[in-house]
Design a protein around this ligand. Structure first.
Ligand code: BES
Ligand code: MN
Ligand code: ZN
Length: 500
């Protein structure tokens, strides 16, 4: 998708599809309060083109509600698409992001390859709105059907963002950021979408290295030998049961002249397929477990964006990639493993493998100099039970780090909900034979998993993102396809920038 900026008068724009937002200006509540949909433009020609249908009551300007008009009177566009953003009094940048995605997903199946999006006239910062519109359009443009032999690429070729000339500087910057972040989120989604046979740990590492090369990140890829040399017994315990070699992916962002301040450590779970291992998962829905590398892919996408946005802070990234398979060489329940720091782990359930690879990943990031940690993982079904497919879970051992993350969520529009750590949860994973065990039983499973990771983050300020419920969109939305969501990328990038 090519992105252009225009300051032309909306009515004069020649385009296949002119997209205008509308909001419900009704402020009264109650059964008699009828919606009062209103176009968010100052252009009188467009307003009058839509006046009759807006007055008809057929269109309520609800969030992502779309209305199409052909040959709108008084405008040069072939079609006018009105997209709702809900109540005018509650309009948000995030609502604009979704509306842009809705417009693109409206256009795609109709073979429309080019559209012009009018930034809304509303009480919102112009730069943030422009950025969100571009991100939303890019996210909307992604479809997961890469292996369909009759796939017709219906991607949008050109997006024209139409803004007020007075906002030029802010809008230009916003569009540039939106392109970087949107493409990075889609990079993550394209990785998560790949099946386990096409995206082995080795291939994931290759994709990471290619991306790093392209955007100018430092990178190193290691496999079995180095993992053993580093004494990553927890990571290796998962990898030992697979024919596919594991990959330890290491990326580095070092802005010139920055030699002081924090080093941020981004750590991702990269299980390219999770069968459960000897504690085999039930067959139903097992195919979903190809997305068990979504946390790792989110970190790779975030690193791509960071390399291009160039914040003044150093960042290292570690992704521990392996399959989790049952095999003659696979680890067994009851085995005791030793992590890189000498801590011993009793394996209760080989399906609790994410925390094992992350244990050594967190330790390795600290060894690489990380002073602040953030990890992302499709870690627990318990988190999905707690929060559904709406919010992801976030845990933190440090309120200052959490506060920055919460602020980042404002900009990213992603939904995360803080869940508790605590000594009582830590107690639940004490082992009789060793230091800790890899499951704490059924109750509080998201928190005991987080406390397991806490043992390896220790006192280093650390955030843990459990994205099990939201890494895959189960129900298509007007603004996003069913499939990989790329969740985490935007928030992690914002969090990194807020640490610069
Ligand atoms: N990858 C799964 C978690 C998961 C569940 C991701 C649903 C996406 C959707 C993880 O490795 C796992 O199997 N966790 C177990 C842990 C249990 C054995 C303590 C779980 O949550 O059931
Ligand atoms: Mn598992
Ligand atoms: Zn897993």
């Amino acid at each position: 998708m090519r992105t252009e900026l225009s300051f032309a008068l909306p009515a004069g724009i020649e385009t296949e599809l002119l997209v205008v937002l509308a909001a419900d200006a009704q402020t009264a509540k109650g059964p008699d309060a009828k919606p009062e949909p209103e176009l968010l433009v100052s252009d009188e020609a467009l307003k009058s083109a839509a006046a009759a249908v807006l007055a008809s009551g057929e269109f309520k300007a609800g969030a992502n509600e779309a209305l199409l008009l052909h040959v709108p009177a008084g405008a040069q566009a072939r079609r006018l698409l009105v997209v709702g953003v809900g109540k005018l009094a509650k309009i948000t940048v995030n609502g604009v992001r979704s509306a842009a995605g809705t417009a693109v997903r409206f256009a795609k199946p109709r073979g429309i390859r080019e559209l012009a999006f009018l930034l809304p006239v509303a009480e919102l910062p112009a730069g943030a709105v422009a950025r969100a519109a571009v991100e939303g359009a890019m996210v909307g443009d992604f479809d997961p059907d890469t292996y369909r032999s009759d796939r017709k690429d219906k991607s949008i070729e050109r997006l024209t963002v139409v803004a007020a000339a007075a906002d030029r500087a802010a809008v230009e910057a916003g569009i540039a950021e939106g392109v970087i972040v949107g493409e990075s989120q889609n990079f993550t989604r394209s990785l998560v979408n790949e099946p386990g046979n096409k995206l082995t740990p080795t291939i994931l590492a290759q994709r990471a290295a290619e991306m790093a090369q392209e955007v100018g990140l430092g990178w190193r890829i290691h496999s079995t030998e180095k993992i053993k040399e580093l004494k990553m017994g927890a990571f290796w315990s998962v990898a030992q049961g697979s024919e596919e070699p594991p990959a330890l992916i290491e990326l580095r962002y070092e802005p010139e002249g920055v030699t002081e301040g924090p080093v941020l450590g981004l750590v991702g779970k990269g299980i390219t397929f999770d069968s459960g291992g000897i504690s085999l998962k039930p067959g139903e829905n097992m195919e979903k477990m190809k997305y068990d590398m979504a946390g790792g892919a989110a970190m790779l996408g975030a690193m791509r964006a960071i390399a291009l946005l160039k914040p003044r802070v150093r960042v290292v990234c570690v992704v521990c990639a392996t399959e989790n398979m049952p095999d003659g060489k696979a680890q067994k329940p009851g085995d005791v493993q030793t992590a890189m720091n000498g801590k011993t782990i009793e394996i209760i359930n080989t399906d609790a493998e994410g925390r094992l690879v992350l244990a050594d990943g967190l330790l390795y990031a600290r060894q690489l100099g990380a002073t602040h940690l953030i990890d992302a993982a499709t870690l627990t079904g318990a988190c999905v039970v707690a929060l559904g497919m709406i919010n992801a879970g976030v845990f933190a051992n440090d309120d200052a780090a959490y506060a920055k993350f919460a602020a980042a969520l404002e900009a990213s529009g992603e939904k995360f909900w803080r869940l508790p750590l605590g000594d009582e949860y830590a107690e639940m994973i004490k082992s009789e034979i060793g230091d800790i065990k890899n499951t704490g039983g059924r109750w509080g499973g998201a928190s005991t998993a987080a406390e397991f990771l806490h043992v390896f983050a220790e006192e280093t300020p650390w955030l843990h993102l459990d994205i099990a419920g939201v890494a895959w969109v189960e129900t298509a939305q007007p603004y996003i396809a069913k499939g990989p969501s790329g969740v985490g990328v935007r928030s992690i990038v914002e969090w990194v920038r807020s640490n610069a």
